[in-house]
Design a protein around this ligand. Structure first.
Ligand SMILES: Nc1ncnc2c1ncn2[C@@H]1O[C@H](COP(=O)(O)OP(=O)(O)OP(=O)(O)O)[C@@H](O)[C@H]1O
Ligand SMILES: [Mg+2]
Length: 190
């Protein structure tokens, strides 16, 4: 079964294919409400009502290379399998928002997979796009924004091979803040 990180990659790739310049990812893990939320919002070309309806059909794809589009319908199916809910909203010319809520403790919750690695890969492979990645675990959270990173790099390209490890370490350090067991300092948000 696809991991949650793989689902995220899949949905972000849809956004990139829709020519989004900004993709916002939101991951929410909350033990008190037993929630694992995966949300991707983009400012790409969006879909009209008709295309949106067809997009949720597992046999529809606007891709020419293959005839079955599975990204969205599989994510919907996998979230609903845990007792969760799936939501998609799209406006032509404005963008698309996809939200999959999983029941976190359900036996059918997919493995989380490599979220930091996926994020790193997306940023390095698409230096001209911007990504905002927010991740909350109970009361702790972080936000990573490539627009801020690019500003701090003062003209150095974000995909520069010499910066690859630094970017990877930066991403890892954010994720470690969420995980009290990792020995790294913890930031509590009110
Ligand atoms: N963020 C988006 N913006 C605009 N159109 C989208 C977006 N996401 C999906 N679509 C449309 O919905 C269709 C179905 O998407 P889905 O991810 O299910 O399949 P696919 O991308 O075509 O194929 P696959 O994901 O299996 O490689 C896409 O072909 C595209 O036309
Ligand atoms: Mg897809």
């Amino acid at each position: 079964m696809k991991s949650l990180a793989y689902h995220m990659l899949d949905i972000v790739q849809n956004a990139l294919r829709a020519e989004a310049s900004l993709v916002e990812m939101d991951v929410v893990e909350d033990e008190s409400t037993d929630l694992f939320r995966l949300q991707v919002a983009d400012n790409g070309r969006g879909m009209d009502q008709d295309t949106l309806q067809r997009a949720m059909d597992p046999y529809y794809t606007s891709r020419k290379s293959r005839h079955v589009g599975l990204g969205l319908s599989l994510l919907k199916q996998n979230s609903e399998r845990t007792g969760g809910t799936f939501y998609i909203e799209s406006t032509p010319g404005e963008g698309t928002k996809v939200r999959a809520d999983f029941v976190r403790s359900h036996i059918d919750l997919p493995a989380i997979g490599d979220l930091p690695g996926t994020l790193h890969q997306l940023i390095v492979a698409n230096p001209a796009r911007d990504f905002v990645y927010r991740h909350a675990f109970n009361s702790r959270s972080f936000v990573l924004d490539t627009r801020e990173i690019k500003q701090a790099l003062e003209g150095w390209p974000i995909d520069h091979p010499g910066l690859r490890n630094d970017l990877r370490e930066l991403i890892n350090s954010y994720f470690q803040e969420l995980n009290p067991g990792s020995g790294t300092s913890v930031i509590e948000h009110a």
